[in-house]
Design a binder for this molecule. Structure first.
Ligand code: MTE
Ligand code: HPA
Ligand code: MOS
Length: 750
């Protein structure tokens, strides 16, 4: 089935938040935010701004009727700063003006004085000073301490990864309008409509039932709108509550880049031990997560780093510990992979370290240690349905790893000024929210009396085409034409108490809830048909808009059956609820079965480094991915290509730069480089692994949103290999992104 949004997107007819027609009298919100990364506010003078014609009002913490608090996991983040600021860009006040231009002008007129305090931007420094967001956590398996003496080779080092700007094409925003009786409707570009509703209710001191949150679609979220779409929506709602006028808050790109959190940078220590056969015997890692100035989603992100610390390898003895370090950066947040990629990078670095020191190709070490069915993950879950060996063999059959290496070695022998490198990057990514209660969803289905269908779920469309998948599920369940089905906006009054659209689990959770609703409706309609035809319900089938009895056309169309059922007063509306079975987790013991299943895959990456300039090209990425049984291959391929390139961007060129005053220097697209058409691999081949799939995935079609991002990690290690082919003594720290500057320094290091 074709993506239902394709035409709207390419013709510009798709509706995003900023396309919603504004009502006469709408006020525009501009956020006055901190220019100081850490300090106390001595004085603020709003008088000049307030005198500007067209400025309606300026809201501060004093105007909040409820709690001045937006922290989702911990209550540690005010909506508006009161007397202290903890990062540059922290909101202090909301200017409500008759136009955005007036609002921006007014912002220039506000006078503020701070007393500066010590600024920390480095997570290790924060940890040393005891600045932690919450206590550290440790995952353990076997006995690491006793294992070192059994190791033939031990390697220790550090591995760091940088942050990443989400760069959703649509910036953050919300539009709130007053309804009658003090109720408010909030349109928000959010992955979490319920988070917006719950937080706004707390701040406005109203019930959740007083607030309706509606989402049509997002111009990308990538995790950046799981939690961080909330403040703007709450500010808009507060503006409505206070002025009784519609209020729109849409961030301009530079404000968005300055004020919002990003992927967490990590700094990590590792120690890895092998036996003489290069089997990993023991692994120890300590992760220093740069959380920024408040918790946001950091606890959950940190947890996933620990869950994915061993990536695709079985390690019998392991201890991994993570600290969430409080720094004076905007609170970092969810980003595709959710801490998993940061954990995987460290063990891949440890393996590369061993490979460099021993002269054994990293892929030989990787191959020997792949997880197989029955292995225990450090968190107690027993691996099953593992496709890693299958993926490896498929990559080898289709793309020939040894031949690739030989071709590269030949190239490197005959070329001096340019060198090639390759790498293999296996992935194993757990599917489910790591917090078990979040793994639930609902869907509401109406069959209208003319046979057309309306569907609401808790899923938010953000480019991943979940709406297409939902529509496909319903069309398949009813066997009617997709054009007869409408996917409604995501709205808290139709589907309540939703989990955010995140964790790659949206299609599974909402799709399974939708299947339940559709199946209940189908059962009722079958009863109605069976009665009319005088046969048993088990002989009734729906096929291509027709009703079949015993496999033959019964002379009734879907539309006629629906009409008949309606006249019989059969209920044509159903609500489906799904909660993932079998999953559980105990945070005290750090053991359980947190994931419904894992997604596996393997990428073979080739790069060429220009050894005069330090520039490089990714020549190809050839990968074998575990789709299960893809329900929509073109959508899933889009997710793989997009995720891969986003991962390559994170690993190679996207470099966030803060000065020691905590100011983001790379705050626009002229200073922050993201992959473009010239930087994507010249060749991307995506193959699937032959598998029977799992019933835990909707229609056996495995989650595909986040896992492919981690294929991008392969680019880092392929570049590393190419640099070493030029300079075997190259001094290379494991420190992503591997920018051209770092490559050049590495090529000529001694
Ligand atoms: N694809 C597009 N085009 N836009 C996005 O914002 N977000 C990613 C991924 N793919 C994203 C995307 C992230 S972070 C997640 S968690 C999943 O989609 C969420 O959607 P899903 O659960 O339906 O896979
Ligand atoms: N993944 C993504 N988002 C989340 C998770 C998770 O495991 N938990 C809470 N939000
Ligand atoms: Mo995705 S980082 O779980 O929104």
């Amino acid at each position: 089935m074709k993506n239902i949004d394709s035409e709207g997107h390419v013709t510009g007819k798709s509706i995003y938040l900023d396309d919603i027609p504004t009502i006469n009298g709408t006020l525009y919100g501009v956020i006055f935010n901190s220019s100081c990364a850490h300090g106390t506010i001595d004085s603020i003078d709003y008088s000049k701004a307030l005198k500007l014609v067209g400025v309606h009002r300026i809201l501060t913490y004093k105007d909040i009727p409820g709690e001045n608090q937006i922290g989702g996991i911990f209550p540690d983040e005010p909506l508006f700063a009161k007397s202290e600021v903890h990062f540059q860009g922290q909101p202090i006040a909301l200017i409500l003006a008759e136009s955005e231009e007036i609002g921006f002008h007014a912002r220039e007129l506000i006078e503020i004085a701070f007393t500066e305090r010590e600024i920390i931007v480095d997570p290790r420094e924060a940890q040393e000073k005891g600045e932690l967001i919450f206590p550290p956590r440790t995952f353990k398996l076997g006995n690491v301490e006793d294992s070192w003496s059994n190791c033939t080779h031990i390697f220790e080092g550090t591995a760091d990864t940088g942050g990443q700007e989400h760069l959703y094409i649509e910036t953050q925003g919300a539009y709130a309008v007053p309804l009658e009786n003090g109720n408010i409707k909030i349109s928000s570009s959010t992955q979490g409509p319920t988070a917006v509703q719950r937080t706004a209710a707390k701040v406005l001191q109203v019930g959740m039932h007083n607030l309706e949150v509606d989402v049509v679609r997002l111009g990308g979220g990538f995790g950046g709108k799981e939690d961080q779409a909330t403040p703007w929506a709450v500010m808009a709602a507060l503006g409505v509550q206070i002025t009784n006028k519609p209020v729109k808050v849409v961030l301009h790109r530079m404000d968005d880049m300055k004020m919002t959190g990003k992927r967490h940078p990590y700094s990590s220590d590792y120690k890895i031990g092998f036996d003489s056969d290069m089997k990993i015997i023991a692994y120890e890692a300590t992760f220093f997560q740069n959380a920024g100035a408040a918790a946001d989603l950091s606890p959950a992100v940190m947890e996933r780093t620990l869950f994915h610390a061993t990536n695709s390898y079985f390690v019998p003895n392991i201890i991994v510990k993570a600290y969430s370090c409080k720094t004076n950066l905007p609170p970092n947040t969810a980003f595709r992979g959710f801490g998993g990629p940061q954990g995987m990078f460290v063990i891949e670095s440890a393996i590369m370290h061993a490979s460099n020191k021993l002269g054994i190709p990293a892929y030989e070490i990787q191959r020997k240690n792949l997880i197989v069915d029955g292995n225990e993950f450090p968190y107690g879950q027993i691996a099953d349905g593992v496709e890693l060996t299958n993926c490896w063999n498929t990559v080898d059959t289709k793309f020939d790893i040894a031949a690739t290496q030989n071709r590269i070695t030949d190239y490197n022998t005959t070329n001096h000024a340019s060198k090639k490198g390759m790498s293999l990057m296996p992935i194993s990514f757990g599917i489910s929210f790591t917090k078990t209660p979040m793994n639930q969803a609902r869907a509401l289905v109406h069959i209208y009396s003319d046979g057309s269908v309306g569907i609401s779920t808790g899923a938010v469309e953000m480019g991943q085409s979940v709406n297409t998948k939902m529509l496909q599920i319903a069309a398949q369940a009813f066997s009617i034409d997709p054009s007869r089905i409408r996917l409604e906006s995501t709205n808290t009054t139709r589907v309540a108490n939703t989990s955010p659209t995140a964790a790659s689990a949206t299609a599974d959770l909402n799709g399974k809830a939708l299947q339940k609703a559709c199946n209940a409706l189908t059962d009722r309609l079958k009863e109605s048909a069976a009665k009319k035809l005088g046969v048993s319900t088990k002989h009734i089938e729906f096929k291509s808009n027709r009703i079949l009895s015993n496999g033959n056309d019964a002379g009734i169309s879907w539309n006629e059956l629906v009409d008949q059922a309606f006249l019989e007063r059969v209920c044509l509306t159903e609500n489906g609820h799904y909660a993932t079975p079998k999953i559980h987790y105990n945070k005290e013991t750090e053991k359980g079965h947190p994931f419904a299943y894992h997604v596996f895959g393997l990428a073979l990456t080739e790069v060429t480094v220009d050894c005069l300039r330090g520039t490089y090209d990714v020549d190809s990425v050839k990968l074998v991915h575990d789709f299960g049984k893809s329900m929509n291959l073109s959508v899933d391929l889009g997710q793989i290509e997009g995720g891969l390139i986003q991962g390559i961007g994170w690993m190679t060129m996207e470099e966030l730069s803060y000065n020691n005053q905590g100011r983001l220097l790379s705050n626009s697209l002229s200073t922050y480089k993201v992959p473009d058409i010239y930087s994507i691999p010249k060749e991307v081949i995506v193959e699937h692994v032959e598998t029977s799939g799992t019933d835990m995935a909707v229609l056996k079609s495995k989650a595909v949103g986040e896992p492919p991002l981690m294929y991008g990690i392969g680019a880092y290690f392929a570049i590393n290999n190419a640099v070493q082919a030029f300079n075997p003594k190259a001094k290379l720290a494991f420190d992503a992104p591997f920018t051209h500057e770092k490559v050049l320094m590495g090529l000529y290091s001694k």
